[in-house]
Design a protein around this ligand. Structure first.
Ligand SMILES: [Ca+2]
Ligand SMILES: [Ca+2]
Length: 186
């Protein structure tokens, strides 16, 4: 009997852990260029029992700045009551690696028992921009395909901007991601 109780308590404990991980944070691009705008989406729609009423963000505001949001945000605090998704638009201000984190808060101002951290890299190039014209175009796709098949010579710049999935090599996923980026833009 004792054993069964332990199993039940253990299972309930596991359920609680699963429930806690309910805020989803996705960053639009792994690398952005200085002055480029990018979005971060905070999504609680997968939450089994949504109870957070607001969340607080933490990031270096000398490197990125919030310029727009789909919900009310003030001083890095955003309401997330009415909608299950908040889209935040930022502008990259200076080069560097930024830690962006979010903590959910309950109505009585106590913090939820977790924090989500994402890394954002602000560089001096547009990801996927092989021909250096500051945006993703058809020529970039062709150049990346050529690079993949060794038809053009690899260099530091190509390897940097062509690595869309950030795994330190040029692979077919990079080509697919660049095609996706291109069609999203046109
Ligand atoms: Ca380009
Ligand atoms: Ca890659």
């Amino acid at each position: 009997m004792k054993k069964v109780m332990f199993i039940i308590v253990g299972f309930l404990g596991f359920m609680n852990i699963t429930k806690a991980a309910t805020i989803d944070v996705s960053v639009e691009k792994p690398v952005v260029k200085v002055n480029e705008e990018f979005s971060i989406t905070v999504d609680v729609s997968n939450s089994l029992e949504y109870t957070y009423t607001y969340f607080k963000m933490d990031y270096d505001d000398s490197k990125m700045q919030l310029i727009n949001s789909s919900e009310d945000c003030l001083d890095k605090t955003c309401l997330i009551e009415s909608d299950n998704k908040v889209t935040l638009t930022f502008k990259a201000l200076a080069e560097g690696n930024i830690e962006f984190s979010i903590t959910g808060y309950y109505e009585d101002d106590t913090a939820a028992d977790f924090k989500i951290t994402k890394n954002i890299k602000i560089g001096n190039y547009v990801l996927g921009d092989m021909n250096k014209n500051d945006y993703v175009d058809m020529t970039d796709i062709l150049l990346l395909i050529k690079l993949y098949f060794n038809k053009i010579e690899a260099d530091e710049y190509y390897n940097l901007v062509g690595d869309l999935n950030q795994n330190n090599k040029i692979d077919t996923t990079d080509i697919l991601l660049l095609i996706k980026t291109y069609f999203k833009r046109v």
